[in-house]
Design a protein around this ligand. Structure first.
Ligand code: SF4
Ligand code: MSK
Length: 631
C-alpha cells in the first residue's frame, strides 16, 4: 500500500485497487507530467498575443523582456489577474444560475422549487430596496431576482452587498478605487486590462485583480449563497457521515458531484419517491442511496444531511468501488478522467449542465429549473437500471466512515450561541476578549495531488484548535477535517485547547464549524462583519484576531480569487503553495508585504502546516496585543 499518497486509509485502499486493476489515477498522470514546466510554475510564460509565446529567463542578468517589451513583473501580474478573472467567473456564473432560477420561480415557469426561507428572502429584498410590507411573496421574489441579476451588469454605483462590509473597508476600497462595481464588468475589465498593450503597470493590474476578486466574494459568491438559502432553505446543524464507506453495497448508489445545488435538491426530493424506491427494490436493491463529492456534496449535506463520499481527490476513487451506478456531475472540479474510469465499470457518468459536457460518449441530461424533478427521476431510473450491471466480484467499498456535524451559517451561529431571545455573537466576542478563544481562522480550499492528500488540512486545523483558535471551514478542506473526526463536538475534548474546549462544551459546538461550499466563503465574510458589529475585538477586518488559510496547495483558479478577496478585505491569508508568481520578486513583495499598507491584508506562502499554524497564531497574538487583549 502506498501510504504516502493520502492520510485517509479509505483512499489508500482504493489507490491500491487501482494499481492492481491497472487503472490510471490523477497521481499517475501527475507523475508522468514531471518535471512540470518551470516557466509556468514561476508565472513567467506569456501567450497573450501571437508575437509570443514569450518566456522570461529567470537566470538572466539583464532584464529579460517579451517581444512586446513586457517584463517579468507585468507578465506574472497579468497571468495571476487572469486566474482571478476565471475563478471569479466560475463562482459568479454559479450565482447567476441561481438568480435565473429564482426569476423562473417568480414567473411560474417552474413548480419544482418554491421559496423555502421566506424570512431570509424578505430581508434580502429590503436590503435591495424592495418594498416588502404588505407585498405578496411572489412579487417580492420577482423584484429580488431582477435586482440580483442586475448586479451582474449594472453600469453605475457599486455592488449592493459590498455595502455589508465595515465602514473602514469600504473607505479603503474607495480610496484605492477597488470598490467592486458590477460582477461582469470587473471580470471583463481585468481581461481587457491584461490584453496585449493595455495596462503596463503591474501594481495597477494586481489592484484591479483585487477588485475583480471582491466582486466575487461580495457579489457572485454571496448571491449564490444567499439565494440558495432562499430557495432550498437555510442550513441548520445536522449530523451526517463522511468517506467512501457511505456507499452501500446493497443499494443503488448515485454520486452527485460539482457545485450547483438545484438539481441535487430535486434528486434528494425524488430519492424518497415511493414509486422509485419500489423500482429499486424490484431490481434487487434495498433502496436508493445518494452521496456527494466536492461542493455539490457540501450543499446537500448542509441542508439535508446527505452523506459525503469524499473530497476532490476522491472523485476517481468513488468510481473504483465498482458500486456507483451513476455519477451525476454539474460544473467545476469535475475531472475529465471520470469517463475513462467509469468505462472500466458499469458506472454511467451523466452531465447535467448546458455549459459542462463530456465527449459524446457520455450521457447528457440537461437540467433546467422547469423540469428539475423530471430530470432527477430520469437520472435515478438510469441508476436503477444500471444496478444489475455491476460486476459483483469487482465491488469493493472500504469500511471507513466518520460522523460529523455540518450546517453552520452566519445567522444560525447567533442562535446557537444565545437562543431565540439572546441570539448574538456576544458570547463568542466575550470568549475572544477573555482569551478562552484566541481568534478565528477560516481554513478552506482544495486537494492537490502534489502533496499528501488531506495531510495539510488536518495538520493545520489540529494545531490551530489545540491553540484555542476556532476554525471555520468550507469546501474540500472541511471534508478532509470531517474525515479526521474534527467536525464532531467530541473533537473539542480530544483535540482542542482548554479555552476553546470550555466554550465548545458550554455551547455544544464542535471546534471546527462547517460553513458550506466554496461559494459559502462569503459566509465567512458576513460572520466577520457580525464579529465587528458586536464590538470590542476590532472595527475592521484587519484589526480582528482572525486569519485565512488554504493549506493543501490551492488547486482551482477559484481558490486564487478567494485568497484575493480575503486579502483585499483586510485578512492575512496563508496559502500552502505559492501562486505562480515567484518569477517576479516585485509581485511577490507586493502581495506578501506592500499590499498590507493598502488593504490591511496580505498573503504568505508556507507548505509546512505546522509552520503555517505558527504564523497564524503569531498573527492572531499580534492583533490581540494591538487590541489590548491578553495573549
Ligand atoms: Fe510576448 Fe508581449 Fe505577446 Fe505576451 S503580450 S506573448 S510578452 S509579445
Ligand atoms: S470543490 S474549488 S476542489 S475546495 Fe468546491 Fe474542492 Fe477546491 Fe473544487
Amino acid at each position: 500500500m502506498n501510504e504516502k499518497l493520502s492520510i485517509d486509509s479509505a483512499s489508500n485502499k482504493m489507490i491500491d485497487k487501482a494499481e492492481k486493476e491497472n487503472i490510471e489515477l490523477v497521481w499517475d498522470r501527475l507523475k508522468k507530467m514531471m518535471p512540470q514546466c518551470g516557466f509556468g510554475t514561476l508565472g513567467i510564460c506569456c501567450s497573450i498575443c501571437n508575437m509570443g509565446p514569450c518566456s522570461i529567463d529567470p537566470f538572466s542578468d539583464e532584464k529579460s523582456k517579451g517581444v512586446c517589451g513586457a517584463d517579468a513583473d507585468l507578465i506574472v501580474a497579468r497571468n495571476l489577474a487572469r486566474k482571478v478573472a476565471a475563478g471569479s467567473a466560475a463562482h459568479s456564473d454559479h450565482g447567476r444560475e441561481i438568480a435565473l432560477a429564482l426569476l423562473e420561480m417568480a414567473e411560474d415557469k417552474t413548480i419544482d422549487f418554491k421559496i423555502s426561507d421566506e424570512e431570509k428572502t424578505r430581508k434580502l429584498a429590503s436590503e435591495f430596496g424592495i418594498k416588502t410590507e404588505k407585498v405578496d411573496l411572489k412579487s417580492i421574489t420577482k423584484a429580488l431576482a431582477v435586482k440580483m441579476l442586475s448586479e451582474f451588469g449594472k453600469y453605475e454605483g457599486n455592488l449592493t452587498m459590498a455595502n455589508r462590509a465595515p465602514a473602514h473597508q469600504k473607505e479603503v476600497w474607495k480610496r484605492l478605487d477597488i470598490m467592486p462595481r458590477s460582477i461582469d464588468r470587473e471580470i471583463v475589465e481585468i481581461l481587457h486590462r491584461t490584453n496585449m498593450g493595455v495596462d503596463s503597470n503591474y501594481k495597477s493590474v494586481l489592484l484591479s485583480a483585487m477588485r475583480t476578486a471582491l466582486s466575487d466574494g461580495w457579489g457572485g459568491s454571496m448571491i449564490a449563497t444567499e439565494l440558495t438559502d432562499s430557495i432550498v432553505g437555510s442550513p441548520a446543524p445536522v449530523r451526517a457521515k463522511v468517506n467512501l464507506g457511505v456507499l452501500k453495497k446493497e443499494m443503488v448508489n448515485i454520486v452527485v458531484h460539482g457545485h450547483e445545488p438545484l438539481l441535487t435538491e430535486a434528486v434528494y426530493q425524488e430519492m424518497k419517491n415511493p414509486e422509485l424506491i419500489s423500482e429499486a427494490k424490484a431490481a434487487g436493491a434495498q433502496g436508493i442511496n445518494v452521496a456527494g463529492i466536492c461542493c455539490t456534496a457540501n450543499e446537500v449535506l448542509m441542508r439535508h444531511g446527505i452523506p459525503v463520499a469524499g473530497n476532490f481527490l476522491q472523485q476517481e476513487l468513488a468510481l473504483l468501488t465498482g458500486a456507483v451506478e451513476v455519477m451525476m456531475v454539474d460544473v467545476q472540479c469535475v475531472m475529465p478522467s471520470l469517463s475513462d474510469i467509469a468505462g472500466c465499470f458499469h458506472t454511467e457518468i451523466i452531465t447535467t449542465s448546458h455549459k459542462a459536457k463530456f465527449p459524446d460518449i457520455v450521457k447528457h441530461i440537461e437540467f433546467q429549473p422547469s423540469k428539475a424533478k423530471a430530470v432527477a427521476r430520469e437520472i435515478i431510473r438510469r441508476a436503477i437500471n444500471n444496478f444489475n450491471k455491476r460486476e459483483k466480484s469487482r465491488v469493493f467499498i472500504p469500511d471507513e466512515t466518520m460522523d460529523l456535524v455540518a450546517g453552520f451559517t452566519t445567522e444560525n451561529v447567533k442562535y446557537l450561541l444565545g437562543g431565540t431571545f439572546r441570539g448574538s455573537y456576544r458570547p463568542l466576542n466575550e470568549a475572544i476578549v477573555s482569551g478562552r478563544i484566541k481568534g478565528i481562522a477560516g481554513v478552506v480550499g482544495c486537494n492537490n495531488p502534489k502533496v499528501v492528500h488531506d495531510f495539510e488540512h488536518v495538520s493545520l486545523v489540529k494545531e490551530l484548535i489545540k491553540n484555542d483558535i476556532l476554525v471555520i471551514q468550507t469546501g474540500c478542506s472541511a471534508i478532509a477535517c470531517a474525515k479526521a473526526g474534527l467536525l464532531r463536538p467530541e473533537a473539542s475534548i480530544e483535540s482542542a485547547g482548554p479555552g476553546l474546549r470550555e466554550v465548545c462544551e458550554a455551547t455544544g459546538l464542535p471546534p471546527v464549524l462547517h460553513f458550506g461550499s466554496c461559494v459559502d466563503n462569503s459566509r465567512i465574510l458576513t460572520a466577520a462583519v457580525e464579529l465587528i458589529n458586536e464590538g470590542k475585538i476590532g472595527k475592521s477586518f484587519d484589526e480582528l484576531p482572525v486569519a485565512g488559510a488554504a493549506p493543501e496547495c490551492w488547486m482551482s483558479e477559484k481558490a486564487v480569487a478567494i485568497g484575493c478577496y480575503f486579502v483585499a478585505s483586510g485578512v492575512y491569508t496563508v496559502m500552502g503553495m505559492p501562486f505562480p508568481i515567484l518569477g517576479s520578486k516585485n509581485v511577490e513583495n507586493f502581495l506578501c508585504s506592500e499590499i498590507e499598507s493598502l488593504t490591511g491584508g496580505k498573503f504568505a506562502f508556507e507548505p509546512d502546516p505546522l509552520k503555517a499554524a505558527a504564523m497564524i497564531i503569531a498573527h492572531i497574538n499580534n492583533k490581540r496585543k494591538k487590541l489590548g487583549l491578553k495573549s
